[in-house]
Structures are given as C-alpha cells and as structure tokens.
Design a protein around this ligand. Structure first.
Ligand SMILES: *[C@@H]1O[C@H](CO)[C@@H](O)[C@H](O)[C@H]1NC(C)=O
Ligand SMILES: *[C@@H]1O[C@H](CO)[C@@H](O)[C@H](O)[C@H]1NC(C)=O
Ligand SMILES: *[C@@H]1O[C@H](CO)[C@@H](O)[C@H](O)[C@H]1NC(C)=O
Ligand SMILES: *[C@@H]1O[C@H](CO)[C@@H](O)[C@H](O)[C@H]1NC(C)=O
Length: 650
C-alpha cells in the first residue's frame, strides 16, 4: 500500500474531525449531503475525509486476530486444495503485513481489510465496515455472457433499458444532463473492457471484487447480471461489474459493437454511486450515523436481558448460513415481460415461487432463499405447493436455486427431509466447531451452569449426539477435543455432532418421498450459498439428484454450489456467546469494536456425507449438465425452466 508520509502527518495533526470538522465549504461530505446519487469521486472524497486513527486501527486488528481463532477454515487457506487454489492466503502473515502498513486515511485501512477478506472468497468470513459500504457504484451497462448461434460473447444486457430505468430519474437524469446515451448500448457486443479482453476483465472482477464463493467459475456468474428473488419478489441483480460496493472507479472504457452496427467503437461509460446509509449533513454527522459503534455493533450478556432463569431460553436463536449481498434493500424488479406467464401455485407468497410448466407434468419450485419472512410459512409453503402439484398431476419437480444466498440451516434440512421422506433419518451433515482454547472455556462454562444454562449457540443442548439424542446441558463436547491436521497444522475440533432441526419442523414429514427422487432435478447459476449449498450437496450426495448449471465463462469449469460453510456467526453473535458466559475479560476474547463494523466468520464445518474427513466446502462436485445463457433465458426464468426440463427429465 502506497501513501504519502507527509499526508499522514498533516491529517493526524488535525484535531479529531468531530471536534473540528472541516469548514462547511471544504467539507467533502457536506458537499454531497442529502443526495441519493453522487459521482463516485465525490463519494470517495467524503470517505477520505477521516484521518487515519491508531486507536481504531489497533482495535479492529485485535478484534480480527482473535475472531480468526474461531474460523473453521483458517488452516485450509495455507494451501487451498484444488480446484480452489485461487483463495490460498496465509491469513496471519497477511494480518501482520497490514499491521506494518502505514495508511493515509481510515478509509484506506478499512478498504485493505475489506479487500483482504473479500478475496478469501468465503461469504461467511468477511469484514464489513458500514462506514465505507454505504455507497454502491452503478453502471448503466450490466453485462452478461450470451451464446448467439453457437458463438459466445460478453454483451451489455439486452433488457438494460427496462431494467436500469427502474433506478428512477434520480439516476437516469444524471446521464441526460451530461448527454450520455446509455440506452443505445443495450445488447451491444463487448470486445474489451479497460483495455483487456472482455472475458479476461470478467475474470479479474471475479478474482478481486466478487468474493463470497470459493469456486472461481461461480464468481464469474456473480460478475454478470442475473435474475433472482429479492425479499419476496422477482428481481434482477446488476452483477459485480455494474454494481460493486465500491467507488474507486469513476468509469469503465468499453470497446463494443452496438446492436444494428458493424462498427467497433470505444465508449467511456460513467458510474454513478447510490447512497444507502443514514442521513447526514457533514462529515461529523456522516461519522456519527454510519461509522461510530452503536448499540448493535457488539454483543450482549443475555443474562442481563431478563435475568438468569431456570430453563428460560432467549427468543429463538436459529442457526443461519447466508451471505450478505449488495443492493438487496433497493432491489430492482425483473422487468414485466420476463416474469413467468404460468400462474403461481399455492405457497408462492414468501421466498418460494412455484409454477406448473405448460407441459403440465413439470412443477417448478423457485426457492429464492432459505431466509423467508416467516420460518414456519416456508415449511407450510412447501407442503401446499406439493399438494397443488400432486392435485394437478405433476410428476417431475424442478428446483431452481439461482442466486439463493442461503438462510436458516434448518429450512435447508426441512426441504431435504420433506422431499426424501422421514425414512432417510437425519437430514443434515456431521458438524464441528473449532476446538480452540477460548471455545473450550466457553463450552466448559455452559456445562458449569448446568440447569441454569443460558441457551446460546455453544450450549450443549443446542446439538445432538450422532444417534440424534439431544445432548444434556452437562455434556462437554469439547472434552476432549478431537485431533485434526490441515496442511500440516494441528487444528483440533470439537467432537462431532448433529443439528437439532427436526425439533423445529412445524409440518409433518411424509415417510416416503412425495415425488420419485429420480424425477427431482436442480437448476441454478451456481451462486447458491451456505444453506443453499448444503441443501444441494445433500440432494447430490445422498440421492444423486441431477443438477444443471447455467452461465459462467465458456471453457472454464464451475461447481454447482458456491460456498458451503455450516453456520455463520456475525461478530455480535460471537461476542454474545462470550459475554453470556462471563468470559469477556478473558485475554483470548476479542475486544469490543469501537466502530460500526462487522467481522463475521464461518463458525462450523459441515463434513461430507461421502467422505467424513473433508468439509463439503472443499469437495469439488461438478454439475451433470452445463448450459450457456441465451438472450431467451438469462433473464427469463420460465424459458430457462422449460429448456432445462427438456434436458434434465429424459
Ligand atoms: C481516535 O479514535 C478514538 C476512538 O474513537 C478517539 O477517542 C481519539 O480521539 C481519536 N484520535 C484522534 C487523534 O483523533
Ligand atoms: C390452495 O390453498 C387453499 C387454502 O389453503 C386451499 O383451499 C386450496 O385447496 C389449495 N389449492 C390447491 C390446488 O391445492
Ligand atoms: C446416544 O448416544 C449417546 C452418546 O454416545 C449415549 O449416551 C446415549 O445413550 C445414546 N442414546 C440412545 C437413545 O441410544
Ligand atoms: C433479446 O430478446 C428480446 C426479447 O426478450 C428482444 O426484444 C431483443 O431484440 C433480443 N435481442 C437480441 C440482441 O437478440
């Protein structure tokens, strides 16, 4: 990281910004206060208004160092197994390098941590500094790889006019004001971006910006635009080239051929950043609203929330495995012409959208997420959809998992168990946590509380033995820990255990599968994270379910799943675990964060059903079938389902 020592000196010599913010006329945050859409250079100037602060630097790095002790995959990174070598990183050495780097501003420091964790390519293990994640760059030229008459090219999305117009005139009027005609670029064939072959540039974004998924091929699809369910509605995702959570680029230069033209032209396409943080008027209020730690930043001692009562469990704490993806709160709808024309069947109000294809024998469940508005509704939706399919004579089931970012671990297990029937027994994977010294103390503290235990994630009675008997609160599953070696490092784990999901099923499970399991198939774009990856791996490993994946880069392999951690803990969750057993003053405990950041991590490993020495995250499993997107399918789910069903059910 390069910097100007002179700048550091000048900045740190300023009194702290809050006390003496720059005068309004020179305050770069005041200049953009109240605006939703901002040129990226002006957003970046506001980010850079905050001087480097040694106290915050040490605080965040100390926190990160100690949270990494809980990260199940740390030692795998020393030499990531093929085909995942791209993620190899000596995490402790990288942290040491960052500690020895001089940063010009607080932004530069936070950006270095954000990029470092993003490039671990594990959506469960990322540093999110809210302060510097409040602007998202938006390019009016989302890209997609399409096959046209057997030829593959990167294109600007053909539907980009209908799609981008939904950002509103606040966005589009900027381009009108500078006389930039982005509408004419829709569908254009893209030859080069920033002087690189278009596909090579896509690979670069997949390596440096996308993150979340261990597999490079899956990240390629994150770069492109794609359809998805956001909230409970059909939506179109911009992709990581057109919608990065980053404001370092002010424009991208494309070499392209517009639709209806034969001329190669060079076009510089500007980005415009969108603000989604708290309202502010100047840099001091920007900091107060977005950057300073607040009451939700760190965890709590649950014993002080309603007192320690015998057997009183806190409000359901449900295990989650999900990624955090940008622009969900301001989701853009899938343009009307591309919505399914088949009528939705019962059970389509929440995150599952179900249809019967015109062939009348294929039922489609588009499972957009495992994080519904309502945990029980998800389960009853599966039941009503299945009843409706059966009533209509549907004989084959296609499950679309495109852009399913995961959610509740137990809903993935519910869907698996419902489709496979209760006869299969336990519907999940064997699981462990890391058996580090502080984890051992935490479990011992729960055991010591016995009948007065607080019921947090580390509590023994949150888990079951491998025979599916729920553990008594007095069972110390870290005593002894189980030896394990990864890349030559000794990395003991807890004893193996099962999830206790069946206790959370609110719908009856059929004994035998409602559909012939040979007539159940999965389709997706590979961007299937966490609980979604666990669900698809269970279907593949236990029932040999046929899986088809769309998109990617021609000639590059891709997995059918993206990232398969078993459970994520946000920083505040881990802190709650520690505080609630009174270990917050332990020398191994991470310090409370002084800034509004979240360092989440993958806290549990799911071990492959087929090889219980390997985490499913590191088992390479390729889809049976691979299809390119065409102009008819990339944004048209029903066309895609029809084409996939014809090839999957033969
Ligand atoms: C650095 O941040 C801390 C914690 O917010 C604050 O107390 C201190 O004044 C800051 N230091 C400088 C030099 O601004
Ligand atoms: C759809 O759900 C409603 C209410 O739950 C029910 O009355 C109806 O029979 C269901 N339709 C089908 C086709 O299953
Ligand atoms: C299940 O396994 C545990 C641990 O091995 C054992 O203590 C318990 O008795 C078993 N329960 C049943 C019902 O077999
Ligand atoms: C893509 O499909 C749309 C209809 O969905 C059509 O209007 C458009 O002309 C097609 N574009 C290209 C480049 O084939």
């Amino acid at each position: 990281m390069r910097f100007l020592r002179k700048n550091v000196w000048l900045f740190t010599a300023y009194p702290w910004f809050a006390a003496a913010a720059p005068a309004a006329s020179t305050d770069p945050c005041a200049k953009i206060a109240g605006l939703t859409f901002v040129p990226p250079a002006e957003a970046l100037a506001c980010y850079k208004a905050f001087p480097f602060n040694q106290t915050l630097f040490e605080n965040v790095l100390d926190n990160m160092d100690r949270v990494f002790d809980f990260y199940t995959f740390e030692d795998y990174y020393l030499n990531s197994p093929p085909p995942f070598q791209e993620s190899t990183n000596n995490i402790r050495a990288t942290l040491a390098t960052i500690r020895n780097t001089k940063f010009a501003t607080d932004y530069d420091f936070n950006k270095a941590l954000y990029d470092f964790t993003t490039q671990l390519n594990d959506g469960h293990t990322r540093y999110f500094p809210t302060c510097y994640n409040v602007f998202q760059n938006l390019l009016p030229a989302p890209v997609i790889s399409l096959e046209v008459n057997g030829v593959f090219n990167v294109h600007i999305a053909p539907d980009s006019v209908a799609f981008i117009n939904q950002l509103g005139t606040g966005y589009t009027s900027f381009f009108t004001s500078i006389g930039f005609n982005w509408q004419r670029l829709a569908g254009a064939k893209v030859l080069e971006i920033e002087g690189m072959d278009a596909y090579d540039y896509v690979d670069l974004i997949a390596r440096t910006v996308s993150g979340n998924y261990l597999d490079h091929g899956v990240r390629v699809n994150s770069v492109f635009t794609s359809y998805r369910i956001s909230g409970t509605a059909f939506s179109q995702r911009l992709g990581d080239l057109a919608g990065p959570e980053d404001v370092t680029h002010t424009s991208l230069t494309f070499k392209l051929v517009a639709v209806g033209s034969n001329t190669v032209e060079t076009v510089e396409i500007p980005y415009l950043a969108m603000y989604s943080g708290s309202p502010f008027t100047d840099s001091a209020s920007f900091w107060a609203g977005n950057c300073a730690a607040n009451s939700a930043t760190n965890g709590v001692d649950v014993r002080q929330q309603g007192g320690l009562q015998k057997n009183a469990r806190i409000a359901p704490r449900r295990a989650k495995a999900s990624i955090i993806d940008g622009l969900t709160s301001q989701a853009i709808g899938l343009p009307g012409p591309f919505l399914p024309t088949a009528p939705p069947v019962n059970g389509s109000e929440d995150v599952i959208k179900s249809f019967i294809l015109p062939d009348k024998k294929t039922g489609v469940m588009f499972v957009g997420s495992f994080e519904p508005d309502d945990f029980d509704q998800f389960q009853s939706d599966v039941v009503s959809t299945t009843a409706a399919f059966k009533a209509a004579g549907v004989t084959q089931l296609l499950i679309d998992l495109t852009n399913n970012g995961g959610g509740f671990v137990c809903l993935g297990q519910f869907l698996h168990q419902f489709l496979a029937g209760s006869q299969i027994g336990y519907p999940g994977f064997q699981s462990t946590q890391r058996g580090n010294a502080l984890a051992q103390k935490i479990v011992a503290a729960h055991v010591a509380m016995g009948a007065n235990d607080v019921g947090t994630f580390y509590s023994p009675d949150n888990w079951a033995f491998l025979n599916d008997t729920v553990m008594p609160v007095t069972n110390n599953y870290d005593k002894p820990t189980v030896p394990f070696f990864v890349n030559g490092k000794f990395d003991p784990t807890s004893q193996r255990f099962h999830d206790t999901c069946t206790e959370e099923f609110s719908q009856p499970i059929p004994v035998t599968p409602p559909f012939d399991l040979k007539k159940v198939a999965i389709v997706s774009n590979g961007d299937c994270a966490s609980t979604c990856a666990m669900f698809s791996t269970l279907m593949f490993e236990r029932h040999q379910t046929k899986i088809a994946v769309f998109g990617g880069k021609p000639g590059e392999v891709m997995e059918y799943k993206g990232m398969a951690g078993n459970q994520v803990l946000e920083w505040s969750d881990l802190d709650t675990e520690i505080k609630s057993v009174g270990l917050d003053n332990d020398p191994l405990a991470p310090p409370d964060l002084l800034v509004n950041s979240n360092f989440r991590h993958n806290w549990r490993t799911a071990w492959s059903f087929l090889d219980e020495t390997r985490p499913i995250a590191y088992v390479s499993e390729l889809p049976l079938l691979r299809f390119p997107y065409t102009n008819d399918t990339y944004n048209n789910p029903q066309n895609l389902w029809t084409s996939a069903a014809a090839k999957l059910f033969v």
